[in-house]
Ligand binder design. Structure first.
Ligand SMILES: Nc1ncnc2c1ncn2[C@@H]1O[C@H](COP(=O)(O)OP(=O)(O)OP(=O)(O)O)[C@@H](O)[C@H]1O
Ligand SMILES: [Mg+2]
Length: 259
């Protein structure tokens, strides 16, 4: 693998980052958040105060089982804490009803799940355009960017080298894991949500594909000043982000995790 470091083309532009941190608009904030998967179990997440500013590229790492995916589920409103507030774009997700949280996520958050969560019976293109079916806002934004939602899906798929005709009409289950991962990323990016949450999005990609993938991800985020929350085991990627945290630095809860 060529050195992935702060000198590569993918590194953030310091002036752009400075102006963003000057602006300092808090996009995501956790206060007094405690979460356990089951009622009688100890908390996996216990975070006093943590926030992310608009346009930040945040890299989160931590050992397997330490709660990274759980934290992302809280940030995306997939689950709610037993205590505390999760605020995204100034809205308190913890006090929203389930359907409102789903609506909010569809409009404002592009989520790349660790297990992809693609819809198996839909084609590649239909998986990518799916968020625009649930969110008028994202449909309008995709249409503003390209001539149609379909054209915008094709643009993203082309950037991820998945636009070959023999691929796009296939059911996603017929794709390789790395290809499915790229479909999941195109689905998260379509319609330019304000926040992208990506859980190990490069784990199945080879070196060349990973670099092109990160370039696309960063370009898309820069174009819209999107906030990026990115979890990876590959700590070498951390240098490409403008902030890096280990879960243990912000989480008071100590779970038994593999080293
Ligand atoms: N849906 C769930 N229901 C019950 N327990 C869960 C669920 N998801 C995760 N857990 C538990 O929460 C703990 C943290 O898991 P999590 O998936 O957040 O870790 P992680 O840091 O993302 O790990 P990895 O790096 O392996 O993906 C683990 O003990 C796991 O068993
Ligand atoms: Mg995980």
């Amino acid at each position: 693998m060529p050195p992935l470091n702060a000198e590569t083309d993918l590194s953030p532009d310091p002036d752009a980052l400075k102006s963003r941190s000057d602006a300092g608009t808090v996009q995501v904030r956790l206060t007094g958040v405690r979460f356990a998967w089951r009622r009688n179990e100890p908390d996996i997440i216990d975070i006093d105060d943590f926030s992310v500013a608009r346009g930040e590229r945040l890299f989160i790492d931590g050992p397997s089982g330490s709660g990274k995916s759980t934290l992302l589920s809280l940030l995306g409103g997939v689950v709610v804490p037993r205590d505390g507030k999760v605020e995204v774009l100034g809205e308190n997700l913890s006090s929203m009803r389930g359907w409102r949280r789903d609506r909010f996520r569809a409009d404002h958050v592009g989520f790349v799940f660790q297990m992809f969560n693609l819809v198996p019976y839909l084609s590649v293109v239909d998986n990518v355009t799916l968020p625009c079916r649930f969110s008028r806002r994202r449909r309008d934004r995709a249409e503003a960017r390209s001539s149609s939602v379909h054209a915008d899906a094709m643009r993203l798929l082309a950037e991820l080298e998945l636009d070959r005709s023999k691929l796009i009409d296939r059911a996603v289950v017929d794709l390789s894991i790395g290809q499915q991962q790229r479909v999941a990323v195109a689905r998260a990016l379509i319609g330019s949500p304000e926040i992208i949450i990506a859980d190990e999005p490069t784990s199945a990609l080879d070196e060349g594909t990973r670099e092109r993938f990160l370039e696309l991800l960063f370009n898309e985020c820069d174009a819209e000043d999107t906030t990026l929350l990115f979890v990876s085991h590959d700590s070498r990627l951390g240098t490409l982000f403008n902030r890096r945290v280990s879960l243990k630095e912000i989480n008071r809860s100590v779970v038994e995790a593999l080293p």
